[in-house]
Design a protein around this ligand. Structure first.
Ligand SMILES: [Zn+2]
Length: 278
């Protein structure tokens, strides 16, 4: 199993890859640039290329995560242009680092738009971005946390948005286990139904990465608060066991975004490997 965690690029992209290797991780996630801004980064191509070679040599998989202000349903045309430029920059860095794709949160119901218009804006933004992108790195749409019914919380929506885009082959998915639990998509005891539905929809064929997180709050409350995998969250070890043992997920990177002040990630990765093998 390719267990890993989110890592800082304080020491560059190669530095993050080396850190993952030193932690005995099989995968990692990183912010391609400042996570609080949409400014385009003039990155070091050399550092990114070294990261790509190192990961290939060591068999480490990676994904990047778009900065926090990235919204697929922006409130103005000006912000929309910023998001597209930023996403193209993220994709370029992601490709240069040899990563699978850049994780992007599903859009939200924009206050100035109807729900239908919000989906339309999201598709428009994805189309405009991907019409300018020729690389192999994909946009990886992440399922949302939220009360049941919130935008981006069902497999049907994820699959349908991808299908309605002009370049579906450039879009994959990221499944966040805490978000799925928060919105009741996976309530801890219906994994077989989720799996069956996902297979029928073709969701699992496009799933590229798992955000592997426990939840501090019970299912259905819509709260996005991550907890360590073992012992401290509302998802039990047996419930995780069912998910981790799913053959459809066996080759995917499992990335921890758990609070490392509660358990250091190095220790948590070791616990995952002891429980579910390397
Ligand atoms: Zn996540």
């Amino acid at each position: 199993m390719k267990f890993g965690c989110h890592l800082s690029i304080r020491d560059g992209y190669l530095g993050a890859a080396k850190k993952a290797y030193a932690m005995n991780a099989g995968s990692f996630q990183y912010f391609p640039k400042n996570p609080r801004s949409l400014s385009v980064k003039d990155y070091s191509e050399e550092d990114a290329a070294l990261c790509r070679v190192f990961c290939k040599e060591k068999g480490i998989l990676s994904v990047s995560h778009s900065p926090y202000p990235t919204s697929l349903t922006p409130h103005s045309d000006e912000k929309k242009i910023q998001v597209i430029d930023s996403l193209l920059n993220d994709l370029e860095i992601t490709e240069a680092c040899g990563s699978i794709g850049v994780v992007v949160h599903f859009g939200k119901h924009a206050s100035h738009l109807t729900l239908l218009e919000s989906y339309q804006l999201m598709i428009e933004l994805l189309d405009e971005t991907l019409s300018e992108w020729e690389g192999d790195a994909k946009i990886l749409l992440e399922n949302s946390a939220g009360i049941p019914g919130t935008m981006g919380t069902t497999l049907e929506e994820l699959v349908q948005i991808r299908r309605l885009c002009e370049f579906p082959e450039k879009i994959g998915f990221c499944l966040d286990t805490c978000h799925a639990f928060s919105c009741g998509l996976w309530n801890g005891s219906n994994w077989n139904d989720v799996l069956e539905k996902g297979v029928a929809l073709g969701y699992f064929d496009q799933l590229e990465v798992i955000h592997f997180n426990n939840s501090k709050y019970p299912t259905g409350q819509g709260k996005d608060r991550h907890a360590p995998i073992f012992g401290k969250g509302c998802i039990t070890e047996d419930q995780f066991d069912q998910l981790v043992q799913t053959p459809e997920l066996a080759k995917l990177p499992f990335i921890l975004e758990t609070p490392k002040e509660e358990i250091p990630h190095e220790k948590e990765i070791q616990m995952l490997q002891e429980k579910w093998g390397i």
